[in-house]
Every structure is written in C-alpha cells, then in structure tokens.
Ligand binder design. Structure first.
Ligand code: AMP
Length: 438
C-alpha cells in the first residue's frame, strides 16, 4: 500500500500498481469490444423499439445521485448497505453521492422533481454499479434496460410491463424463459405476514445459516434470498404470502393473473419470490433463463412499488416496472444459440500503395454511398495490405497503385469467391460497387 496525494491536505490511500502497463479494467468490469459491443447495442435497440411502440418515453438520468436517493430503496437491502459505490465530492461541505446501483429510485426522484403528467410511462438503459463479488454473469458494472409506469394502480399496468418484457424476449429469440410471479401484499396485509415469517424462521433459527440468522434480525423477508443449502428446507416450509393477502391485494393479483392467462403469457406462481429490494408491494415477477446456472439465471425482474414516490416527498403515486440485465440476457442468448453478434465485415477494403489523398476521397465517396469501407494506411506493402483486406472480411479490395493512378482507374479484386480482378474507370467506381452490393 502506498499513499497517493488526493485533495490538498487529504492523502488518498490506495493501491498503486507497479507498472502502468499492468493496468487492467477494474475488478468486476469488462471492456466489451466489437462485435460484442454492436450486439449489445442492437439488443438495446430492439428493446427501445418494442417499448417505444407501446408509448414509453426514454429517461436519461445521471449515473450518480445523492446517496439519499438510494437509501430510499431500503435500509435493509444489500445493494444499499453493502454494495454501493458511495463517495464524497470536492464541494465544501462535501456532497455524499453514489454511483447508481439501480434506476427505479432515480426515476421516482425524477418524477417528484419534474412532476410529469401521470401516468408516466418511461424506459431507460444504462450501466448500474454494485460492489458485488464478481463471477460469471455477476459484475460490478452491468447494463440494464427497463421500464416504469408511475401513476397507475391498475393491475393491467403490471400486465402491460410484463407483456413488453415477454415480447422483447420473444423478439430476440429467447423463447424458453420462465416467468415467476408472486404478490408481496401491501401495508395492510404484510405486517401480519411478516410476523408469521419471523415466527417461522425464529422457530427454526438454530438450523439456519449464520448469515440468515443475522438477516432475520433485520428483515425476515430477506432470508428468502438465501441460496445457502441449510436454509432451503426452512425456506420451503415458510408460510406463503399468497395465503396472507388481504381482499384488495388478492383481487389485484387475480386480475393480473387472469389478464396474463387471457394474453396467453405462461407463468409460474412462486410464493417465495420476494425480490431483493424493500420497496415492492403487491405484484413481483422475475424472468429466469433455464440455460444459465442458478446463481445468475435471473435475467430480469420487477414489480409494483406503490408508496415509493411518497418517500421522495411526492404525492401518493402507485408505480410498477422492471429491469432486465443485458449482460445476462446475452449469456442466455449464447446458451440458447440465438441473437448472434452482427456481421461486422467491411464491404470494401481500399489498398493504397501510393499514398496521397486519393484513397481518402474514394473512401468518403463510397461511405456516403452506404458501403462499409475500411482502408490501409502507411503505404504498407501490397502483400501486407492484402492480408488486412482478407482479415477485414471485405468482399472486394480496391487497389490504388501507380499504374491505376496514371490510367485513371482502380483495380477491383474479388476476395471471397475466385480472386477475379478487373480495372474500373475512376468515375464509374461508385456506381459499379453500388450495383455489386445491391
Ligand atoms: P435487480 O435490479 O436486482 O432486480 O436486477 C435486475 C436484473 O439485473 C437481474 O435479474 C439481473 O439480470 C441483472 N443484474 C443484477 N445485478 C447484476 C450484476 N451484478 N451483474 C450482472 N447483472 C446483474
């Protein structure tokens, strides 16, 4: 450990890597390179097209917020207590900020700040940050897409969001996902349920894992999140939420379920699905990809959070939404062999052995004509540039050499089939290639 000077008078203690060439992306983060980056963007584009066709408008909110925004999502929630990247800035007095671990809280904060007309149906995309123990499908920076509807208590708003997620999975070819559905009750019926669950886990506390005993003291519902083997039989025999719902919550849940049936959306009733955040009320749901390991097979989830907006000082406003994990969805697509990375081959590679601006002018013309054009630089040898042309996946190479320059033509060489080549007069090259790629 070496000390690095931070703000004047405040040494910033951090680990310093021996050599600058040893620097790597931080633990739990990744560089996503082409063509995977294009695949991720394409996935987000498909999501945007689907939710925008349903009238949801995009919200782009800050990647960091006042830490108080996230404390609202639940003081006994791991993502707030253990996993937040929180820091102070250089203001005097310093502001307490945190990289966002999720987006629902930011959307609720934005709703109170801007007072849009309700119902407010929005979507978002972007990275989230959680200080988790990294493993396959679990990162410290990961990408989510999601929707929220604020200002509607209608069970059909719950169904609208669920159906959109389902449409999206179908659209990208991920047709084997399972939808798990539960109701968490509300402030009327949940306290009695909490008592029943607390009683059950307390009765079996000796058999619970140590971590779950600690969790039980803070919030008995969080014990359901445990995947530790000793906890499983005790979780399996715990009282079920749906048996404790009050009449209103039961009616809401019945409406959700019958609409899903009517829309032919398959789901599994999951009485132990409590989800990791404290703000949920009534409907909760999760999408599971069977092709992934159980530790990271949840590819998205959401639910209703009536009451959250009030915690931000807003008027009573019901809300419902979901977030999907893009990184995991892509892993699930790999496992199901669907939604392949797009072909990132070039159409044309320009081999420039003379230098000068000719190749740049031709690249510009061909790109303007809609072709994907890449080119050689540095007047490398013909052989070296032809190697690059092959590697680029281009269908044709265009060669600009001394001879070509003096003839006012270029050589077009086909790279994929036979290596047929012919001269094309310079003025005809754009129309020639447009014809070829039509
Ligand atoms: P949550 O906001 O916890 O409900 O998460 C919604 C979805 O985001 C999950 O179902 C996962 O697909 C994804 N997700 C959550 N945490 C991570 C993480 N650390 N790394 C990758 N994906 C994550």
């Amino acid at each position: 450990m070496k000390s690095v000077t931070g703000r004047p008078g405040r040494p910033l203690k951090c680990r310093v890597v021996a050599g600058i060439d040893k620097l790597r992306a931080p633990k739990g983060t990744r560089d996503i390179l082409a063509p995977d980056s294009a695949r991720q963007r394409h996935l987000v584009d498909r999501f945007a097209a689907i939710v925008e066709s349903a009238g949801y408008g995009q919200v782009i909110s800050p990647m960091f917020e006042d830490v108080a925004v996230f404390s609202r999502v639940g003081e006994s929630t791991d993502i707030v207590t253990k996993e937040m990247f929180a820091f102070t800035d250089r203001d005097d007095p310093p502001q307490h900020l945190a990289l966002r671990p999720e987006l629902t809280a930011s959307i609720a904060r934005a709703f109170v700040q801007h007072r849009p007309t309700a119902p407010w149906a929005v979507w978002y995309e972007g990275p989230q940050f959680r200080y988790e123990r990294p493993q396959a499908g679990r990162y410290r920076q990961f990408m989510q897409v999601g929707v929220e509807v604020l200002g509607s208590a209608d069970p059909l708003a719950d169904v609208d969001t669920i159906v959109l997620a389902q449409e999206f999975f179908d659209d990208i070819g991920l047709t084997d996902t399972s939808l798990m559905v539960n109701s968490m009750g509300d402030e009327q019926c949940r306290p009695a349920y909490l008592d029943a669950v607390r009683g059950h886990f307390t009765e079996h506390a000796a058999a619970l894992s140590e971590q779950s005993r600690e969790t039980l003291a803070k919030n008995p519902l969080r014990v359901f999140d445990s995947k530790r083997p000793p906890d499983q039989p005790i979780i399996d025999t715990a009282p079920s939420l749906v048996d404790h719902l009050c009449a209103d919550c039961l009616a809401h849940f019945d409406d959700v379920r019958s609409a899903l049936d009517r829309l032919e959306v398959d789901y599994v009733l999951s009485p132990r699905l409590v989800r990791g955040l404290d703000y949920y009320r009534r409907t909760t749901f999760e999408f599971i990809a069977p092709g992934l390991d159980t530790a990271q097979n949840a590819i998205g989830g959401g639910g209703r959070y009536d009451g959250l907006v009030e915690q931000f000082g807003g008027p009573p406003t019901p809300g419902v939404g979901f977030a999907l994990g893009v990184d995991r969805i892509l892993l699930a697509c790999d496992a199901a062999d669907v939604f392949a990375a797009p072909d990132d081959s070039a159409d044309v590679f320009i081999v420039d052995v003379v230098g000068g601006v000719e190749a740049s002018v031709l690249s510009q013309q061909l790109r303007r004509a809609g072709l994907v054009v890449t080119r050689g630089f540095d007047q490398r040898s013909m052989k070296a540039q032809m190697k690059l042309a092959d590697r680029s996946g281009a269908r044709v190479a265009i060669i600009i050499g001394e001879q070509e320059l003096s003839d006012g033509a270029v050589t077009v060489r086909h790279l994929r089939a036979d290596s047929d080549q012919h001269a094309v007069p310079y003025p005809d090259i754009v129309s020639h290639l447009q014809e070829l790629f039509r």
